[in-house]
Design a protein around this ligand. Sequence first.
Ligand SMILES: Cc1ncc(C[n+]2csc(CCOP(=O)(O)OP(=O)(O)O)c2C)c(N)n1
Ligand SMILES: [Mg+2]
Length: 549
Amino acid sequence: MASTDIRGADIVMRTLERAGHHTIFTLSGNHIMSLFDAAIDTRQRLVHTRHEAAAVHMADAWGRLTGEPGIAMVTGGPGHANASAALMTALGQESPLVLLSGHTETTQLGRGGFQELRQADVAAPMAKASWTASATATLGAEVAKAIRIARSGRPGPVHLSLPSDLLDATVAAADVVWPEPGAFAASPVTLNDAAADAILGIVAAAQRPFLLAGPAMANRAGRDLLARIEDATRIPTAIMESPRGFNDATLGAFADAIRRADLIVLLGKALDFTLRFGEPPAIDAACRWVVIDPEAALVDRAVRERGERVAFGCVADTRPAGEALIRRVAGKRVSSEAWYAEVRALLTDRPASWETLASKTPGKLHPIEVFRALKPHVETHPDTMLICDGGEFAQWGQSVLPVVPRRLINGVGGSIGSSLPMACAARVIETEAPVFVVLGDGTFGFHMVEFETAVRCNLPFVAVVGTDARWNAEYNLQMRDYGPNRTFGCELLSTRYDLVVTALGGHGELVQSLDEMPGAIERSLASGKPACINVMIESISAPVVRSRP
Ligand SMILES: Cc1ncc(C[n+]2csc(CCOP(=O)(O)OP(=O)(O)O)c2C)c(N)n1
Ligand SMILES: [Mg+2]
């Protein structure tokens, strides 16, 4: 090897470094050991996990919290298949990430190569783009392209497979196609002044406009932008990021607000099942729509669904479009203060009867009691991270705990189980403020061994598990749809998850009465370790809020 030659794996690592990516969530495997070797010579931090899906969930959390694509790196075949499962959550939550998967050598393709799999095809339906690199010299350019696509338009996951022979091969340094700095950057599509003025004119003509944003806005920058849109226009806004749609416990009596709207502005929010496809009676048949979306296909879809009710549709990226609306409204009043106040009251509405809810079962807490105890700790620090995951228990959390700017939920993809890996990534990003996870006992099982990752990498967080010994969300579906005599296959054990965490080197607490909660939280935070507070709870269905009569 001439001294001016460079190995494919080094091209990949140096490219990530050039792009400012210094943290990689990974799990080792034959096809990517050259990348591990190359990482030694760069400033890359490898956070290595216990399951490839966990690595992708960590990259997903990174993408949502930083706005920059998280990087996951896994081996080929089964490693890639494990990892791919987690892409759906990132796709649903519009989270930018790049999954780099090792891959059978190109010389073995079609010959029954080791762990040979059509990897790009596996990931394709769950990614914005998915392909296999084709040459060593252009590996850097391909990585840059993956990063650029992940951040462009509607953010999301991108997959790139890296055949191991291309990573091992060397090429003359002069032949390497290094990406220009601009190759990593997205080119935002802005909303022009004429379009912004037209939209504001339509809003001004409406009596009860309502602006809805999608998951990509469920972060500090997005929430800040929506608050500024509300200040400037007085159009009420909401982020729809839950598969429960109108019944998202965070949004209070949302169903009663949206039903009254005569104009809905979709700012990067897909018209989909969460909006009941915009159909009556959930939404007024006469309601008009404005659709601003980064993807032409989604504007077209909305027009197909709502026909001539779509008063205006255009392709633009969400954030620049929001900024354009603020700039162009320039102090003019386009929405009524009374309607704004009415919607805000509905969204923050919680039944008065909740104040007196309490456990009726000795040895168990009502979910609301758990979150009342946790609430002051979530509110203490302005940078607190809160991650909610699972079925009924977490829904109580989402309705009682404040929507802190850095809150993650599993999201529109409707998958449970990502929260423990996400807490690890959250702690990599945030070294001071508390990181809390609230999750069900069934959900806890998906990735509980990531507590070992958290202990090993010194990533403390506090996970509050509601143990009702049941997949309660599904049990509730059985009760509703098939009747109390037809519940089946949803029972679990009251497992000592706190002892599991202790065995993995973390801090464990068992809580069976309300008075044990404050001490358990305080000791968990003070332990400085990844902690699990295992709370025995009554099995209670999730709250659904409707406005009071
Ligand atoms: C990956 C995945 N598998 C299964 C489901 C279906 N599912 C949704 S909620 C739920 C039950 C969750 O149980 P648990 O975490 O114990 O919370 P609980 O409802 O009991 O509070 C299940 C099985 C899902 N959404 N995602
Ligand atoms: Mg449960």
